[in-house]
Ligand binder design. Structure first.
Ligand code: NG6
Ligand code: CA
Length: 508
């Protein structure tokens, strides 16, 4: 049999026309041996419900995101688990409500790993089903077990919670350490120039954004006045590691190249890639070729840049012959913010663009724009394009993708919504306990109930309505998507029903 194949190859080699035939067969053979598709999660950072053309944006062009929407299922009620990054990513990967873990709050760059290494996770599940698993991009779920030495093996991290391969930034683009980490090592570290990181005090003699404004190419507005890297003041202090420091303007290209390389390397086996882009989180640092591309300043420009990255990445899937065998899930970790601590014209140059779309609030908010995000599933040739109003949550990927692999169990708080994600059913969740900071609220059918909370209604620094009120809030999203009319007094029966349900889930 082997000899026969060898002969066939030989004859084919002699004949160029035969070569493309061979390639086609190759691709067919690859997809045949795979029972289930590759899975790619494309995850943006702080991209708002209204930032995407397919979700109604008219002032900014996102043709590649729109192509996913028009060729896939566009969810109008797709949710992250939280209005900030760390808890949302925790929910996405574990299938567990982040409010069950008190430590699931915005983490510093030196925080220990948040996910228990014994926790079942999305990548672990897919690994069990024969997938190779990789992450490229933003992590922000902590690393190590406290007192990290960045010059040695950085463990535990993504590789200990299910990823075979990882290429990440530790926390956020605005937090130190400003280096890439490949598996358990800082990429490009010169051992003669060790890295030190502190979130409590500066290292002697090191400039800071606060004391050395003359060194800055980007000005801080609130927070962000510690160590300066590439002229940008960051959160946290860092010393050394010069050769390993990333170039902010090249970050998008850098992660894209890593994501493309991952696909090329693993196209012949089932793979799961979590491609976590850093845009449009602060500091917004578009590559020079995107500067001015949106007319909206850096925030718009990095959205255009991210859209381009997505287009290039999908081209790679296509060129490598795996696009029709890949389920893509596109979403964002939380809602939008304009001024998140730097002067970058996000407010001044916004024009008529509304990153919230029709929703109230934004990043950090109890209102819809905090957690309701663009959410698209795309599987060329398999998913029938459409729009779905079903309630789906990123946390549901674990059980749904387990079902895709023939495992009908449900895990943690994750529901099996496979048919919904594939556009075959409109029956999504009927309830979902969402969170902003440490505050939770309940979405049930078309109703939202926000319990009374202390704290200010508006977060002044970012100019976003967080939504904390001394009284219960009740909204009917069918009639009032903009959450303008609190029905708590008008509809005490509904309110009581919602409180009962809330208490049942939260146990408080
Ligand atoms: C906040 C930062 C904000 C952003 C956020 C995390 C300040 C004043 N603000 O603490 O700029 O980094 O944390 O964003 O420091 S997230 O998308 O990763 O949750
Ligand atoms: Ca975020």
């Amino acid at each position: 049999k082997k000899l026969g194949l060898g002969l066939l190859t030989l004859t084919c080699l002699a004949n160029l026309a035969c070569k493309s035939e061979e390639k086609k067969k190759d691709i067919a053979a690859v997809s045949e041996t795979k029972k289930t598709p590759n899975v790619v999660v494309i995850y943006l950072d702080d991209l708002g419900y209204g930032d995407v053309g397919a979700y109604g944006a008219t002032e900014i062009e996102t043709p590649n995101m729109d192509a996913l929407a028009s060729g896939g299922v566009r969810f109008t009620n797709g949710y992250a688990t939280s209005a900030t990054c760390t808890p949302s990513r925790f929910g996405l990967l574990t299938g567990v409500y982040p409010w069950r873990n008190e430590k699931a709050r915005i983490l510093s760059g030196s925080a220990p790993l948040l996910i228990d290494t014994a926790q079942y996770t999305l990548p672990k599940m897919l690994k069990e089903h024969g997938y190779h698993t990789g992450i490229v991009g933003k992590w922000h779920l902590g690393l190590g077990s406290g007192n990290m030495n960045w010059n040695e093996s950085i463990k535990p991290g993504p590789n200990e919670v299910g990823f075979d391969e990882s290429y990440i930034l530790a926390a956020t683009q605005d937090r130190v350490p400003t280096v890439y980490i490949e598996n358990d090592k800082v990429d490009g570290l010169d051992p003669k120039d060790p890295i030190e990181v502190s979130y409590s005090k500066n290292f002697e003699g090191e400039p800071t954004g606060k004391d050395n404004p003359e060194m800055l190419t980007m000005k801080w507005e609130h927070g962000h006045n510690n160590s300066i890297v590439n002229g940008i003041p960051r959160i946290g202090f860092m010393k050394g590691g010069d050769a390993a420091k990333w170039s902010d303007v090249d970050m998008a290209d850098h992660f894209l190249a890593k994501a493309q390389a991952y696909v090329k390397e693993h196209k012949n086996e089932p793979f799961f890639l979590y491609y976590a882009l850093q845009q449009p989180h602060v500091p917004r640092t578009p590559h020079p070729r995107f500067v001015g591309s949106s007319g909206m300043g850096p925030r718009g420009d990095v959205i255009v840049e991210a859209d381009w990255c997505i287009g290039e990445f999908i081209k790679t899937l296509e060129e490598e012959g795996v696009l029709e065998n890949t389920l893509i899930i596109f979403s964002s970790d939380n809602g939008p913010v304009l001024n998140d601590g730097y002067y970058d014209d996000a407010v001044e140059k916004l024009g008529d663009h509304d990153p919230n779309g029709p929703l109230r609030g934004g990043k950090y908010s109890l209102f819809e724009a905090g957690t309701r995000v663009p959410f698209i599933t795309y599987w060329k040739g398999t998913i029938t394009p459409g729009v779905s109003d079903a309630i789906v949550c990123q946390m549901d990927l674990l059980s749904s993708l387990a079902a895709l692999n023939g495992d009908d169990q449900t895990y943690g708080d994750s529901q099996n919504l496979l048919d919904v994600l594939l556009g075959k059913s409109e029956t999504g969740r009927n309830k979902l306990m969402l969170q902003a900071g440490s505050k939770t609220f309940l979405r049930k059918d078309n109703w939202v109930m926000i319990p009374p909370y202390k704290g200010s209604f508006v977060a002044k620094s970012v100019n976003i309505e967080i939504g904390s009120m001394p009284d219960f809030q009740l909204y009917n999203l069918n009639e009032d998507l903009e959450q303008q009319k609190n029905l708590a007094k008008e509809n005490p029966e509904k309110l009581q029903e919602m409180i009962k349900e809330y208490t049942k889930i939260r146990g408080v």
